[in-house]
Design a protein around this ligand. Structure first.
Ligand SMILES: O=C(O)C[C@H](Cc1nc2cc(Cl)cc(Cl)c2[nH]1)c1ccc(Cl)cc1
Length: 314
């Protein structure tokens, strides 16, 4: 005699009570959420691949880092700096970080896909920009620098390779792995000296070479080098090797080519100043405003800068 089990009447599976559809916090994204496409670029520590979100069909650039390589090369700090700085910033001139995730072997940054690639390629293709294009791009770069400085971030490695162009040919600053987040020290003032890291030879500032300390002004030095290069087609300080390049920088050894527009020359001469505190743009927001008011930017409408169509690169 088996013990009778209580008869179970087949019941419909209980539907959960209908809750008002609130946008539930998005589930952590993972590799499976994306369809990977063509290779966009390879860095020493990363591979960037075009990818599309399988559900939204939105396109991204996914930066993939190999964990073993990152650990072996002691770059863990830089990867986390890139994540933490990008997470703090939302600006039309700065590449946006949408998601980060990892799997057994890799780390993934899901970023804006700037369709027109590096500004450097356009400098090479056109050999130089006319004054109006240079003014527009210098203004967009300065607008992005102003924003990141207000977020307490120094980029420290601004150069044409790190300035991407989106499908509207607007600037997107990228590569914040070597950025510096200025800590708020006890009295709330920013400690304005970052340490160690040295940028790319042609764009590195004298203070970074001499005192190994970058400050916000270091980004304005790089802006001066970039404005010079957009017009001259080459950076102001370029030696046969890094040592000679560094010598030229600390010795301020550079000249303007024939035909370099006077208004651009005046701006560059005020940015390529050895003493960071005397560089145009130094001195907090007041310094930035002085820089934005330089006659080189007279034709720039700052408040609609990011809504304007980019000038045709001739
Ligand atoms: O989950 C987070 O948000 C924080 C982690 C932190 C993190 N986990 C890591 C593991 C390894 Cl092996 C290396 C680095 Cl640099 C690592 N960084 C993380 C994950 C992905 C990315 Cl792209 C960056 C940081």
């Amino acid at each position: 005699q088996t013990t009778p089990t209580t008869p179970t009447t087949p019941t419909r599976p209980q539907r959960p009570p209908l809750t008002p559809t609130i946008s539930s916090p998005a589930r952590k994204k993972g590799v499976k959420d994306f369809e990977f496409g063509r290779l966009l670029g390879e860095g020493s520590y990363s591979t960037v691949v075009a990818a599309r979100d399988r559900v939204t069909q939105r396109e991204y650039a996914i930066k993939i880092l190999d964990k073993k390589h990152i650990i072996k090369e002691k770059k863990v700090k830089y990867v986390n700096i890139e994540k933490n700085t990008l997470n703090k910033m939302t600006h039309p001139g700065i590449v946006r970080l949408y998601y980060t995730f990892q799997d057994k072997d890799s780390l993934y940054f899901v970023l804006d896909h700037a369709k027109n690639g590096e500004l450097l390629n356009f400098i090479k293709k056109l050999s130089s920009f006319d004054l109006r294009c240079t003014q527009f791009y210098a203004a967009q770069i300065l607008s992005a620098i102003e924003y990141m400085h207000n977020q307490g971030v120094i980029h420290r490695d601004l150069k044409p390779e790190n300035l991407l162009l989106d499908e509207k040919m607007h600037i997107k600053v990228t590569d914040f792995g070597t950025a510096k987040i200025l800590e708020q020290n006890s009295d709330g003032k920013e400690d304005d000296r970052a340490n160690s890291f040295v940028g790319t030879a042609e764009y590195v500032s004298p203070e970074l070479l001499k005192e190994k300390a970058a400050c916000k002004s270091s980004d304005f030095w790089a802006l001066g080098c970039i404005v010079y290069q957009l017009i001259a087609g080459r950076p102001p300080f370029k030696g046969p090797n890094e040592y000679i390049t560094f010598q030229k920088i600390v010795g301020l050894e550079y000249t303007f080519p024939e035909g370099f527009p006077a208004v651009a020359r005046d701006l560059v001469e005020k940015l390529l100043v050895i003493d960071p505190s005397k560089r145009l743009g130094a001195g907090g927001q007041a310094g930035v405003d002085r820089l934005k008011n330089h006659k080189f930017f007279d034709d720039i409408k700052w408040d609609t800068l990011w809504q304007q169509p980019a000038p045709k690169l001739l």
